[in-house]
Design a protein around this ligand. Sequence first.
Ligand SMILES: [Zn+2]
Length: 388
Amino acid sequence: MTEEFKPFTFNTPGSMHLEWGGASRLGELLGEWFEQRKLLIVTDKFLHEQGLLNEAKASLAACGFDVAVFDDVVADPPEAVLLACVEQGKAVDADIVLGLGGGSSMDIAKLVAVMLKSEQPLADMYGIGNIKGSRTPLVQVPTTAGTGSEVTNITILTTGETTKMGVVAQQLYADRVLLDAQLTVGLPAAATAATGIDAMVHAIEAYTSVHRKNPLSDALAREALRLLCGNLVTACQDGSNRAAREAMLLGSNLAGQAFSNSPVAAVHALAYPLGGHYHLPHGLTNALMLGPVLRFNMAAAAPLYAELADVVLGPDKADVQARSERFVEYMQELMNRSGAPQRLRDVNVSEDSLPTLAKDAMLQSRLLMNNPVAVTEADALALYREAY
Ligand SMILES: [Zn+2]
């Protein structure tokens, strides 16, 4: 069969290294990869105090690195956290930046690497492609399997009460990514479930995205979903299972590369208002909205869901409709088995707030435009009611 391709561009970090326990020899790895030796690690207090950095720091010191740790990153980080991190980096004259943690730490590390090299005001960087100049070398080390932030070129900052703004730029792609799934072993089951389902949403939404879906993002999304679906329940129930943890981290990484090039849609658009109003974790809000949106999107996405059914459930001779229904049922069943909360009421969302959430979801037009089925405010409200 011959196929013609529409023009597309695919961007991703230059190098990925997967190694169980790799963080414990971080000094050797960075020593091979870079000449710079004044390292700023960007992370959060919880991970720092848990001792997750201890072996990495020892290895770095043994290999001649000067290491400073900024551990004030919080979820949904405000601009002030970024600016404080830049200040610390400048004070120690850091010439290489490493993000270690969940999405927030890696997001902050991206912009710090830029701002250590540039006097461009942050206000001028918001939007797409507005960063001028280069950055210091940048390494990303995820400690959760979900956000895929280690392979995306976007940083989201909280700029007001519930408002967020994003910086998207080529410079935010890391030079190197280290995937050490041993770092994810301590993640509790609830967080493993929510972040893992978020990664699945990235793969599914990238695969059904309307505008920039392409053969590379498709290939990555399919393999991501195969790994994630096959290992989510094991990773939740047996957190120290190495094979399951590695599959989840790799799956999340592949899904991240997919959606960085073929963007997410209505699940995320409906999830963001829940995060904004109720301060629920990103992964959890996506898990809560996935089932209703999958069923809603069947009207247009059934052929693609049928393809994904073949990937996660094995090929089947049934017709498209039957296979796509099996896919949606299977995803719902998987989420139920993961132990993640299933309904908005379970996480204390008030029924009265659903109209406000629906109104806010309409503001996410940059995401909604990627959805296979158009979403009106009335649709959004119906989807929240279904999730309630
Ligand atoms: Zn997400």
